[in-house]
Design a protein around this ligand. Structure first.
Ligand SMILES: Cc1cc2nc3c(=O)[nH]c(=O)nc-3n(C[C@H](O)[C@H](O)[C@H](O)COP(=O)(O)OP(=O)(O)OC[C@H]3O[C@@H](n4cnc5c(N)ncnc54)[C@H](O)[C@@H]3O)c2cc1C
Length: 447
């Protein structure tokens, strides 16, 4: 199986560029798509521009976990809302989303991990979630044929899964039916500013006037914003995923320990990946600039990072990526239509071994596909969702490895932020200014 969304995929969304729109959304991942969806629902004319294909980057490459469990307390109320939107959309759209509430289970081998889960229960209780602690025996009964040394775990039955590479394009198609103009293969090169305010965007296909721009450009947001003097300490890390051949069901939901994570897929296989957020970290100029900001999270998670000296050509933080370009020249966004990093097959081999050790009756799982995704992250592992210092510009990026599940809720929030509606949640944790106003960087629970 080749990865389903590539540069060779036919362009499916090809709206002509209008001369103007109320709002231009940059980036056709789950955040941009759902922001456009809710802006249109509020009656705005919306143009969504995507340099490659809808969901070509993180939004198709993720694990497909839709989870409340383990979230930062700042994100949790938005995630609770998001889950309810997923349910409504799934009821309306049927199988297209692959949505199913089959639970999220975290497994602990040590007392320390159990204590971390226990501490998070406070947040579950505050939001009346159905989360509960489990004993090792209860886990044994839940995971068919499991042989593993788990002391216990934490389980949220209402958490869910969805199929990323079908769900996000289906949501885009629905937004288009509602009247959102969507254009793939159309990079935004720069903002068009007049008297210091947003007046439009400059795309590779021409200018479009607008009152507001939302930057939901995933791993590219920092590069895009920096050209306009708007700086966020966003970096990206490579995460690798494999899809197994169909195999007997051992658990219908999503589960992880510190060695491996797995999620039942609609096609009867599992999406598997390293547990404990193991990733490859490419060092580029932005990584150097932001080193100080990342000290807190590096101290906590250095064991899960494999450092690599150079990002491949065309990556956002590659040494060769231009940081400045003219509006009438091709931008780095056109040079890389779809960020498609090679997966780390050694890491995935360890995941296959861990899976086989835990479920010996199934043998070593065979992979029918493997892929990589660049996770865009922030030093405190929560996003930036805020107005930028340029009037008319809003940022919704840095979802830090958990933006798929929260996408629908975040889209609703961003739409209200842009239109001055009732946001309904405290967004102070996601402030743009938190990295420069002296606030101590406090990484979220990252469970
Ligand atoms: C391996 C992996 C596993 C993950 N697992 C989960 C999970 O289980 N659950 C979960 O909740 N989250 C998960 N995530 C995180 C989740 O996928 C992301 O947080 C989420 O998809 C981010 O959505 P986004 O719209 O912000 O960014 P993206 O999906 O990356 O979309 C941004 C889009 O902007 C486009 N773009 C950039 N610059 C421009 C420009 N100048 N002009 C036009 N277009 C532009 C890009 O081409 C891209 O398509 C995972 C991520 C990865 C990589």
């Amino acid at each position: 199986m080749t990865f389903p969304i590539t540069d060779a995929s036919p362009v499916r969304f090809a709206a002509p560029l209008p001369p103007r729109a109320d709002v231009v959304v940059i980036g056709g991942g789950v955040i941009g798509v759902m922001t456009a969806f809710f802006l249109r629902q509020k009656g705005r004319s919306v143009l969504l521009l995507e340099k490659g294909r809808i969901a070509g980057e993180q939004s198709s490459r993720n694990w497909g976990w839709v989870r409340q469990q383990g979230r930062d307390p700042g994100e949790l109320p938005i995630m609770v809302e998001s889950l309810s939107i997923w349910k409504t959309l799934a009821a309306e759209m049927g199988a297209a989303l692959g949505f199913r509430q089959a639970g999220v289970l975290y497994l602990a081998k040590t007392d320390r991990e159990m204590a971390g889960f226990e501490a998070w229960m406070e947040h579950a209780r505050a939001h009346q979630l159905d989360t509960r602690m489990l004993t090792g025996a209860e886990i044994g009964a839940m995971l068919t044929g499991a042989v593993a040394p788990w002391k216990g775990g934490i389980f949220t039955p209402s958490d869910a899964r969805a199929e990323p590479w079908t769900a996000v394009p289906a949501l885009a198609a629905r937004a288009e039916d509602m009247g959102v103009l969507i254009r793939e293969a159309c990079a935004v090169r720069a903002l068009d500013l007049a008297a210091g305010k947003v007046a439009g965007v400059v795309t590779e296909a021409g200018r479009v006037a607008c009152d507001h721009v939302v930057v939901a450009a995933g791993a590219w947001s920092r590069l895009f914003l920096a050209r306009h003097g708007v700086n966020i300490p966003q970096l990206s890390v490579l995460a690798s995923v494999g899809a197994t051949e169909p195999m007997p069901e051992i658990f219908p939901g999503n589960a992880a320990d510190d060695d491996f994570a797995f999620r039942r897929r609609a096609d009867g296989g599992y999406s598997i990946a390293p547990g404990g957020s193991e990733h490859d970290f490419f060092i580029g100029p932005d990584a150097f600039r932001s080193f100080g900001a990342y000290m807190a999270i590096l101290k906590k998670e250095w064991r899960s990072s494999s450092f690599r000296l150079r990002a491949p050509r065309g990556f956002p933080d590659a040494w060769s990526t231009p940081r400045r370009w003219a509006e009438d020249d091709a931008s780095p966004f056109e040079a890389t239509r779809i960020l498609n990093p090679a997966p780390n097959l050694r890491t995935l081999g360890r995941v296959q071994d861990a899976f086989a050790r835990a479920f010996p009756q199934l043998g070593r799982p065979k992979l029918k596909a493997a892929w990589g995704g660049m996770i865009d992250t922030m030093p405190d592992v929560v996003p930036v969702v805020d107005h930028a210092p340029i009037p008319g510009l809003t940022i919704a990026t840095g979802m830090s490895g958990h933006g798929f599940g929260i996408g629908p809720g975040m889209g609703r929030v961003v739409a209200d932020l842009v239109t001055g509606g009732h946001v309904g949640h405290d967004l102070s944790r996601f402030r743009f200014a938190r990295f420069t106003d002296g606030t101590k960087i406090a990484p979220g629970p990252s469970l």
